[in-house]
Write a protein that binds this ligand. Structure first.
Ligand code: V1S
Ligand code: CA
Ligand code: ZN
Length: 393
């Protein structure tokens, strides 16, 4: 169907489980694990599973989660029940432990199972990359970049990305982490703050006190102490509302190209948060599916082993579009799949418009004003290039 065939001498693996998608954060919560079902339905309708190795994800073990997270935190996460939810009115004295149980990181039924499956998919992806059984491994259920060693944050409980990168570091000398979620990848940045074996690069909306999490200024480039090997190995690309495909793509290539040449990573971990798309419930950018996907295509063109993680994305129909399109880029079928969403796609009506590439007008009633000047974007690129002069090669 659609001439989708296995790429020759090239393996893409897809790591997922329908179990993960059954969990609910709560009625009003923006994070909808069901978006993974919608993504898989589109990937399948286009016939893409024929071109990949498809793995059913297992739960990560306690020991695996323990390679980054503390025992105290994991023990509480295992036992905390929805009844432990601190309630302001009923339970005024109840403390919020490890930032669990608030409105961002609620304690819901099956939470530990959800977390360990998300981490399991990212760990399986990393292991396929380490054993050379995959060239690109896809874990759309991962990408939960805000979780800290002993703290949940911003809908993230277990930092599957950190766990996966720790696996990659067993084999690969240097890992380049790239984060195109609209939010700052603070948890991953912090975890690898004092090593030069991981360089982290996050593109995000930056407006302290106005936009979560408020960190990731241009000048924050790792430890200020020059004797710390991690100095200059955190790159932040702070952006304003309304950035367009053209600007974002140029920025991405002008930043990732020189980083690749200077740092010479041996593997790439790419967080593909889809909340940077136009019309996202929480995001503020004007990216289209093509612009978001262009970042994945560019990373693929560098020819390094790569993991694609999910992340944010709060308008499920657009999340499914972006991740299905990016799956097609991974298998090299992006030029072959038709733009019209296949007739037999389950939940086809959810997509509202039948195209894989909605226009800005189809994504948003009123396209967002672009507050990114060319001058500011040039300054950002210049600052990053300046940082790279301090990176040894
Ligand atoms: N922006 C935003 C936002 N919206 C919510 C929210 C809304 C309704 C709910 F029922 C529950 C939560 N929380 C936030 C942000 C967290 C964003 C996390 C993004 C995660 C990711 O995409 O990067 C990766 C998966 N939280 C806040 O802004 C914090 C508050 C400061 C304000 C909102 N209230 C609900 C909590 C405290
Ligand atoms: Ca980001
Ligand atoms: Zn996000």
């Amino acid at each position: 169907e659609y001439g989708i065939v296995r790429p020759k001498g090239y393996t893409v693996s897809y790591h997922a489980t329908p179990e993960m998608e059954k969990h609910h954060f709560g009625q009003t919560h923006p994070m909808k694990p069901w978006r993974l079902t919608l993504t898989k339905s589109l990937v399948t309708a286009y016939g893409m599973p024929f071109a990949m190795d498809n793995y059913l994800t297992r739960e990560a073990t306690y020991e695996e989660l323990n390679s980054f997270h503390s025992n105290d935190y994991l023990d509480y996460l295992i036992t905390a029940a929805p009844e432990d939810q601190p309630r302001d009115i009923d339970n005024p004295d109840k403390e919020v432990k490890f930032n669990l149980g608030g409105s961002d990181c609620p304690l819901f039924h099956g939470l530990y199972n959800y977390c360990s499956m998300s981490a399991g998919s990212s760990l399986d992806a990393a292991r396929k990359i380490c054993s050379n059984q995959s060239d690109i491994a896809i874990a759309w259920g991962g990408g939960l970049h805000h979780a800290k060693r002993s703290e949940a944050s911003g809908f993230c409980y277990i930092n599957d990305i950190v766990l996966a990168i720790l696996q990659l570091l067993r084999i690969y000398p240097r890992v380049l982490y790239i984060d195109i979620d609209v939010h700052h990848g603070d948890g991953v940045e912090e975890a690898f703050f004092s090593t030069d074996r991981v360089m982290t690069v996050s593109f995000h909306k930056y407006q302290p006190d106005q936009f979560f999490p408020g960190t990731g200024a241009l000048e924050d480039n790792g430890p200020k102490n020059e004797h710390n090997p991690g100095a200059h190995h955190a790159i932040n690309v702070p952006l304003n509302d309304g950035i367009t495909d053209e600007q974002y793509e140029a920025l991405f290539k002008n930043i990732i190209g020189p980083i690749n040449e200077r740092y010479r990573p041996s593997a790439i971990a790419l967080q593909c948060g889809a909340d940077s798309l136009a019309g996202d419930r929480l995001g503020r950018f004007n990216l289209r599916v093509q612009g978001h996907g262009a970042c994945v295509r560019y990373c693929k063109s560098l020819g390094l082993p790569m993991i694609l993680f999910g992340g944010g994305g709060y308008t499920p129909r657009n999340v499914a579009r972006a991740w299905a399109y990016e799956t097609s880029i991974a298998i090299g079928a992006d030029t072959r799949i038709p733009e019209t969403i296949p007739e037999h796609t389950p939940w086809r009506a959810h997509f509202i418009h039948d195209t894989l590439f909605p226009s800005l007008e189809q994504s948003m009633h009123e396209p967002r004003h672009n507050r990114n000047s060319e001058k500011r974007l040039r300054e950002i690129v210049a600052h990053v290039h300046e940082q790279l002069r301090f990176v040894e090669h």
